[in-house]
Write a protein that binds this ligand. Structure first.
Ligand SMILES: Cc1cc2nc3c(=O)[nH]c(=O)nc-3n(C[C@H](O)[C@H](O)[C@H](O)COP(=O)(O)O)c2cc1C
Length: 395
């Protein structure tokens, strides 16, 4: 239902995003868009680039006087340093004039080697400029528009970091309603364990190394029944897995505490269903992460992404020079030491894309008004059903 395409090189003039399939009448707040973009740049352990970019979003189509028109929305984020890279990334420049920043020593863990073979490139630049996570700036911009759409449907999406390196957040003592606020208040975007996590990054930094970690995305306010168990490709779990794994360096996805659940008995995992005097039934927990049978079940959606340590190391690993086949150290260029907090923000964007798509599939609407009315009517229908069931039970 929703189509999203990005284009643009990491150090090129701009990242362009086209988002098609939005209903008309969605209000876009310029200030909220700017604030959303700033969240992606946050993160102790990011490289110097984050301080140089402003990530200002230009809206070039599909929005008029602050509201979507129903046409494809074009979003452009320009790169502040593009001028310095003009010769390196020139569309029609003369390669004989020299190619600065040429890379022939592939970094283990990055896209360099496989991409150079696949596309027959002799300069890894042709590969890494798109493999780079800079592309995600476009998806985050689109995500901020989707956040507005989901908010109109009473859905709220946030993320927080739960592990960096060996340091894990102990969330036992943190009230769930405080998690989002706490994460928003620090540069690791975590609700607990800040000092330990920061030490992991400092220690990797000192060693010329990198660290990965785990983030969690939560979506509250979803009605039951988004997604479907009727066909494998309509299962929401599958769409979320695809979306999260499309983020560079994310190598594992968990729905709720899936890995822990795998080692427990069913009686200790499944969230029992209890009646409520009014409204939807109550669950005894949310170990399902809000998904049952490929559908939202009315509880908060909780998905996690495991990010590997980044592959550009200041103390490079062994590699070869593809021009000579001689052993060499892998290439190094300005890089992050840890990008897990930013990955969480990107993950919010891709999760919002999946959720918006699921809403539009279930309640296809050309206008926001009709979409809001349909979702509202569905929520009311479920409440009414439980009310009638309750009356039957009391008889
Ligand atoms: C927010 C973010 C920032 C990243 N920054 C870097 C970086 O500075 N250096 C690096 O080597 N990889 C970085 N990566 C990861 C690479 O883009 C990724 O490892 C590479 O494209 C290879 O893809 P793969 O790890 O998914 O196999 C970053 C990823 C994300 C999500």
């Amino acid at each position: 239902m929703l189509r999203l395409l990005t284009a643009g090189e990491s150090h090129g003039r701009q990242i362009t995003t086209i988002l098609d399939g939005l209903p008309s009448g969605l209000r876009i707040d310029r200030e909220a868009l700017a604030q959303g973009m700033a969240r992606r740049r946050v993160g102790y352990g990011r490289g110097p680039r984050q301080g140089l970019e402003t990530d200002e979003v230009q809206v070039l189509s599909g929005v008029r006087f602050g509201h979507t028109t129903g046409a494809p929305v074009t979003l452009v984020v320009t790169n502040n340093e593009a001028g310095e890279w003009a010769q390196t990334l020139s569309a029609f420049g003369d390669p004989e004039a020299g190619i600065p920043q040429r890379i022939s020593r592939p970094r283990p863990g990055h896209a360099d080697l496989a991409g150079m073979f696949k596309y027959d490139h002799h300069d890894a630049r042709d590969v890494l400029e798109r493999a780079s996570a800079r592309e995600s700036v476009g998806r985050v911009a689109a995500g901020e528009i989707l956040r507005a759409l989901l908010a109109a449907l009473s859905v709220r999406v946030y993320s927080h970091v739960i592990q960096i390196g060996q340091a894990k957040a102990d969330l036992q003592a943190v009230p769930p309603e405080e998690i989002a606020g706490r994460a928003e208040a620090n540069d690791l975007r975590c609700a607990a364990g800040y000092e330990e996590m920061r030490r992991e990054i400092e220690s990797a930094m000192a060693d010329g190394d990198t660290v990965g970690g785990v983030f969690e995305v939560v979506a509250e306010g979803l009605p039951p029944g988004l997604g479907s168990s009727m066909a494998p490709d309509r299962r929401l779990d599958a769409a979320l897995g695809f979306a999260l794994l499309s983020i560079p360096a994310v190598k594992g996805v968990e729905i709720g505490p899936a890995l822990e659940n795998a080692g427990r008995r069913g009686s200790r995992v499944h969230d029992e269903i209890l009646p409520r005097p009014s409204g939807l039934p109550r669950r005894t927990g949310n170990r399902a992460g809000g998904l049952e049978g490929g559908m939202t079940n009315g509880e908060a959606l909780v998905v996690r992404g495991a990010m590997k340590p980044l592959s550009t190391l200041r103390r490079p690993l062994r590699s070869i020079d593809l021009e000579t086949n001689l052993p060499m150290e892998a290439a190094f260029e300005r890089s992050d030491v840890c990008a897990v907090p930013a990955a969480g923000v990107i993950a919010e964007a891709v999760v919002m894309q999946v959720l918006t798509d699921a809403f539009l599939r279930a309640f296809s609407s050309d206008t926001m008004k009709r979409l809001e009315d349909s979702v509202g009517a569905y929520r009311e229908e479920l409440n009414e059903r439980m009310r009638r069931a309750g009356e039957g039970g009391r008889k």
